[in-house]
Design a protein around this ligand. Sequence first.
Ligand SMILES: C[S@@+](CC[C@H](N)C(=O)[O-])C[C@H]1O[C@@H](n2cnc3c(N)ncnc32)[C@H](O)[C@@H]1O
Length: 366
Amino acid sequence: MRQKRTIPFEISSMDSLGQGVSKITDKVTFIPKTAVGDKGEATILSEKKGVAFARLNHLTQSSDQRIIPECVHFGTCPSCHYLHVDYAQELSFKKESFQKLFRKLPLPEVEVIGAERRFSYRNRIQLHYSLKSKLLGMKDPQTFLLTPIPHCLIAVPEVLNEVKRLYENDQWLKEAPIAPMEGHVEIYWTNNQLKVSWNKGYAEGGFTQVFEEMNQKLKILLQKNWNPEQPTVLLDLFGGNGNLSDTINYSKRLCVDMYHQLPGDDFLSQDLYEDRALKNVLNELKIRNMKVESLLLDPPRSGLKNLIEWIEVLKPHTVAYVSCDPHTMARDLQNLQGYSFKKAFLIDFFPSTFHFESFIILERNS
Ligand SMILES: C[S@@+](CC[C@H](N)C(=O)[O-])C[C@H]1O[C@@H](n2cnc3c(N)ncnc32)[C@H](O)[C@@H]1O
């Protein structure tokens, strides 16, 4: 087998995926689990023109941002990205990355709402399995290798106990379906109940935000910063069970999402990525005699590519965009005309990882 190429590196900045960036060779190299000031040697995992992705081999000089990671799995687990720096540093990387992604847009000062704890917060965890290799763990998106994580620190205790039980004496091998040979299991603590589902969709049984205390903080932020004095006519896209819009002062509301069963009268089941989605929602609004004044949206990571079309047709006074992926959020808002950015928040729903929740409020220029 061909020996993988090693290169020297020196980290000068971090990217928005929590990777250190080195520019001392002919290729800009991205190396997870490094920090600004680290020097050392890395192995190239993949490369294309001008860019390489590498794995840290060893350090010859250690960044003064470094701390000893609390989690025993940190070195190999692909899920957490920042446990080698302290939480203040993690938040500062996140804020920088948010601002960088929005550098071409007139974003106001970003207010950062940190989490009260870095661990024991995730109410669901998805582990991948391979019956062939008899492994259960986190899947590396680059190498596809599985890392067992029986002592994961970010799971809430109820989820962690179940994770431990599955690993104990390879119990999961007795509980996994015999086919397919590869798949995933989701362990989800929801409504004070534990759900373990094999090879089902994400958040099986209904979406809830992963960090409940931060969800409450987001709702308070929405209430304080966006709540209209007069009851508003509200459209809540990707509204789930109405979690976010429940806090808003509305006279009429329509929550749109994909439902097996409608939670109430003010909910509409519609695939929002379908070509006719806007037309169908407009029809429904007409039937309900609703002229939308406020638009709230909280899409999955893929965002809403044609958001501008929605805004141009609906012409809401205010738009509140909540997002778990600032890349797609910046893409969706980049050519918006006639609206001003009023507020921007970074709410750390996902401590220890490069992910965070963003919340932007826009107002129509009069
Ligand atoms: C980030 S969650 C937000 C949910 C809700 N705002 C809350 O706070 O609980 C994204 C939501 O998008 C919904 N969703 C995913 N794909 C969808 C699609 N194609 N059409 C409509 N809704 C979709 C999911 O069901 C989920 O409820």
